[in-house]
Design a protein around this ligand. Structure first.
Ligand code: 5GP
Ligand code: MN
Length: 337
């Protein structure tokens, strides 16, 4: 239900959200942990828009702002580390919180405790999960990216577009559609992208920065991970494991995992692809991707996670081997239904 070019029917909450943004003077922005291009780009663009309106804006995320997307921030966008005094002060003194690209309290981790006393605007394209953040929720599950929704909101707000704002939202849409390849690549999303190019986003340059500027260590990590690639005997499920010890050997980090899940996904006949990695405290993180066969959002929700029907994830409490067995078992079961 969103139209970039026309009337921008983001729902009735859209007007309320803009009113709340208009009234506020000190605003804290946040997004889910391990911010992706959509979370980071949406934050960057909204921060520039609000700062341009004379608002005091700070970004407080549960994990550090991703290095790969730091180029999207302008000089005025201040990111405050979550554990620090400055972040605590900014949240105490704020009069509004804006949460982008998630609506679940647990996805913003320690930030939730810092902002729960504030009125909140939530802008998200995920289906509602359990444990929702309360406030004015602007939700459009048909939007390819939260950045597409932010674009529509800013258009409606009469934004004074700069090339940097356009670049941030273009990057949001680019990354959440996997470079305009995934099933969420709609006419609306491409119209939004086209408009953002007219407003100054440079597709070639942004593509190079996002998909043509990987560090060598990413490929060292990929090399070790490829050795674990497995396809289930049915041929319909494939998975890859990022060996925990490989991080140390390669100096790589979770920021280097962009696109890894595309390896099992790109195998002929595979309907569900999984990427497993070690998470903190001996837990296991799984990323899930699906064709049309299975709703992986539902599957992930059964493990306490969530996401979209075709791209989801969860953190399981058990160590790698057990987690792989349990998740692969659940996927095979779901495919048999
Ligand atoms: P990725 O696999 O790229 O980390 O995430 C794919 C999609 O699943 C994203 O939309 C992301 O928000 C969602 N997702 C990934 N991990 C989790 C998780 O642990 N919990 C929830 N609720 N969603 C997740
Ligand atoms: Mn997103």
């Amino acid at each position: 239900m969103s139209s970039a070019a026309a009337g921008l029917p983001l729902g009735s909450d859209c007007g309320e959200a803009l009113d709340a943004l208009g009234r506020a003077s000190r605003i804290v922005l946040s997004t889910h942990h391990n911010a992706d291009g959509d979370g980071a780009g949406s934050e960057a663009a909204l921060a520039m828009h609000l700062a341009g309106r004379g608002k005091h804006v700070r970004i407080v995320n549960p994990t550090p702002f991703p290095e790969a997307f730091a180029f999207l921030l302008d000089d005025a966008s201040r990111v405050l580390p979550v554990g620090g005094q400055e972040a605590a002060d900014a949240c105490r003194e704020a009069d509004l919180a804006v949460v982008l690209d998630t609506s679940e309290a647990k996805r913003i981790g320690p930030v939730h405790a810092l902002i729960r006393h504030l009125p909140a605007v939530v802008i998200d394209h995920h289906p509602a999960g359990a444990d929702g953040i309360s406030g004015i929720v602007v939700r459009d599950t048909t939007a390819a990216a939260t950045g597409e929704m932010v674009f529509a909101l800013l258009e409606r707000d009469g934004a004074a577009w700069t090339p940097q704002m356009a670049a941030a939202l273009y990057t949001a849409v680019l990354t959440d559609t996997g470079g305009f390849r995934f099933s969420n690549t709609t006419p609306t999303c491409l119209r939004t992208a086209a408009r953002l190019i007219e407003l100054g986003a440079a597709p070639h340059d942004l593509h190079r920065r996002v998909y043509g500027s990987f560090r060598r260590r990413r490929f060292a990590l990929l090399q070790e991970s490829l050795a674990t690639l497995e396809v289930h005997e049915s041929g319909r499920v494939a998975w890859m494991i990022v060996p925990g010890a490989a991080y140390g050997r390669t100096q790589a980090s979770v920021e280097d995992l962009e696109g890894f899940v595309d390896v099992p996904r790109s195998i002929r006949g595979v309907e569900v692809a999984l990427l497993f990695r070690v998470a903190k405290d001996g837990q296991t993180k799984v990323s899930m991707r699906s064709g049309a066969a299975v709703d992986v959002n539902q599957l992930a929700a059964a493990f306490g996670g969530g996401g979209h029907p075709r791209a989801a994830g969860a953190v399981l409490p058990e160590p790698m081997e057990e987690a792989v067995r349990r998740v692969v078992g659940a996927v095979v079961g779901a495919l048999a239904e």
